[in-house]
Design a protein around this ligand. Structure first.
Ligand code: G6P
Length: 607
């Protein structure tokens, strides 16, 4: 959802900006552009994929060592060459790129139009270029300050002017922005992986801050004025982690990274006896023993991880637990109060709705725990406690390894709390710890059964609708399996609790309708099989995900994807792997852009 790049240094800026924008592609975009200053400001921009911009730069090159770049995900105005960023003021002396939404843009546009300003695009961003130019009195920082003082909404805004060459000024309100510190060169980007191959030293720009970037480095100040002393963050991710590593798609690579991800997420955090050590979870035993309610809030795949978490917490901790879509919770006046714990789950740690819901719970006195994959993300910085998933950068829009890591992290959290509360005894803790320790091997084994999943994919590739069912934890996994399938294959798919099928959706099951059943919960096995029988009786085609030693399943299902036998509590972890692969293969057979599905963005940083 919009990517930002900036460069000041001795090298030609355009190739560096283009390279960074490619690394930000995963955020989702529909046009791209760059601008450089070199005595004057030159802009090149184009609707569509970055390759179109690259072609344009080939035929009309840009010379200059200071520049800004942008990938745009349309909010105001259709995707087009004109609406693409960067945007300039009418004199062409000021240029901006922007991630976010200016909520009062209509009134600002009218005000400027009243003063004679003429606009060339339909965007909210162009207004910012005009405003900065209008406010300029010989000092870019002051001009940006007074321009953003008039703007309401969310933004990361990056500005250059030919009047002050050698400098880029950026401000952040909500939308993410980082500075990469090189040797005699400085980078700006929406996130760390965009420039991680160029430097490992970063400054994170926080909400309400301005950064002034030159080739010598960067200075952070409050937008309101006042110096900020920000510590340099050293990032030790392997840059290779952000590349495709030989796989056809990032999604497949990330699916295959999962055995290692489980090991990483668990690393150094779990003793054999089930004692969990969570380095950034700071609450004391008193709090762990006494908090009275648990809230989980998230969006998308992270929400589905929360559905699994709810079951884990309910079963292991016996604490009342709500799991809420963040975009619902933020407006629902939830009954959150002190003595509650909120777990906000977000791969990116930047999802606007999740941040808003998390902040609301904090305001109401809840303790806030960030369960996130991105070190130094906004969610992590605002939380009282952090549980990093350690899945490494996830590039594919459809989340896989981050989801799995979110599940593992929630088992760890449940053990940490459950042992203190005395509700998870030694035997149960050791059993869960043992089950977790087997998971990397189980996940690895599942990746070797790709051919069976491919055959299953071929059997549903031409379907119009697919239904997923399960009970309890299996239902939670079914939700994620269904989301994976629909988001990349564009097949219509729905998931529901198995018992709900006959209350409506069964009317849609006819001859050969694919119904995918997840069947790991042994206590509910017969109940789920009853729903499967209802499907079979209507001619539906049943695909089951079941344990390898389940000998009855062939009586009910047309096709079975086997998973290693595990403790039922951990069943979902293995069960999701064939569902991820199934979605991948169906999408591939249908010839879709797997890593960047249409209309979707990796990181939704506006409401
Ligand atoms: C977008 C992505 C999803 C993701 C969701 C929440 O919709 O396409 O894959 O699950 O945002 O993102 P988060 O970064 O908060 O986990």
């Amino acid at each position: 959802m919009c990517g930002i790049m900036g460069y000041v240094g001795p090298q030609q800026a355009a190739p560096i900006l283009l390279d960074g924008l490619r690394r930000l592609e995963y955020r989702g975009y529909d046009s791209a552009g760059v601008a450089v200053t070199n005595g004057k400001i030159d802009v090149r921009k184009a609707e569509g994929k970055i390759d179109r911009l690259a072609d344009l730069l080939e035929s009309e090159p840009l010379a200059g060592t200071i520049g800004i770049g942008h990938t745009r995900w349309a909010t105001h105005g259709e995707p087009s060459d004109l609406n693409a960023h960067p945007h300039t003021d009418p004199t062409g002396e000021f240029v901006v790129v922007h991630n976010g939404i200016i909520e009062n843009f209509q009134s600002l546009r009218e005000e400027l139009a009243g003063e004679g300003h003429v606009f060339t695009s339909e965007t909210d961003t162009e207004i910012l270029a005009h405003l900065v130019a209008r406010e300029y009195r010989g000092d870019l920082e002051s001009a940006v300050r007074s321009a953003v003082a008039k703007a309401e909404g969310a933004y990361a805004l990056v500005v250059m002017t030919k009047r002050e060459p050698g400098k880029i000024v950026a401000v952040r309100r909500i939308s993410p922005l980082v500075v990469g510190l090189g040797e005699g060169e400085t980078f700006l980007a929406s996130d760390i992986p965009a420039v991680l191959h160029r430097t490992r030293r970063f400054l994170i720009v926080e909400d309400g801050e301005m950064v002034i970037v030159t080739e010598a480095g960067a200075r952070i100040e409050e937008i309101a004025g006042g110096a900020v002393d920000r510590e340099v963050l050293y990032i030790d991710w392997d840059a290779e982690q952000a590349e495709k590593g030989g796989f056809e798609h990032y999604m497949l690579k990330e699916i295959h990274e999962q055995p290692a991800v489980v090991t990483e997420t668990l690393g150094g955090r779990l003793d054999e006896d089930g004692t969990a050590w969570l380095e950034d979870v700071h609450f004391d035993d008193d709090f762990a023993r006494n908090f009275s309610r648990l809230w989980i809030t998230a969006c998308g795949t992270a929400y589905h991880a929360g559905l699994v978490g709810k079951e884990i917490f309910r079963r292991l901790l016996r604490i009342p637990t709500n799991v809420e879509y963040a975009h619902e919770m933020r407006y629902a006046d939830p009954l959150v109060s002190s003595n509650h714990l909120t777990v906000a789950i977000s791969q990116s740690g930047e999802t606007a709705d999740t941040l808003a819901a998390a902040r609301l719970t904090k305001e109401r006195g809840s303790r806030l725990l960030a369960l996130t994959n991105v070190v130094g993300s906004t969610l992590a910085r605002e939380a009282d406690d952090i549980l990093y998933t350690r899945a490494g950068p996830e590039i594919s829009v459809a989340s896989t390894k981050a989801y799995l890591a979110m599940l593992i992290a929630q088992y760890l959290l449940a053990l940490r709390i459950g042992r203190v509360r005395g509700v998870v005894d030694e035997e149960l803790a050791a059993r869960v710890a043992h089950g977790l320790s087997l998971l990397p091997a189980h996940v690895e084994e599942l990746l070797h059964h790709d051919d069976e999943v491919l055959a299953a994919a071929e059997s549903i590739v031409d379907a119009d609708d697919v239904y997923f069912i399960g009970r309890g934890l299996d239902y939670a996994v079914a939700m994620e399996g269904s989301l994976k399938l629909k988001e990349i294959s564009y097949l219509h798919s729905e998931a529901m609790p198995a018992g709900e099928l006959k209350h409506g959706t069964l009317a849609l099951v006819t001859k050969d309708t694919p119904v995918i059943v997840v069947l790991t919960q042994q206590a509910l096995y017969d109940k789920t099989v009853s729903a499967v029988q209802e499907v079979k009786a209507r001619g539906g085609r049943v695909l089951a995900v079941a344990y390898e030693d389940d000998e009855q399943i062939h009586k009910f299902a047309h096709r079975v994807l086997r998973i290693p036998r595990a403790d039922d509590l951990l069943g979902p972890v293995a069960a999701v792997i064939p569902l991820q692969l199934l979605a991948y293969h169906v999408a591939r057979l249908r010839g879709h852009d797997i890593d960047q599905p249409r209309n979707l963005a990796k990181s939704v940083t506006v409401e």
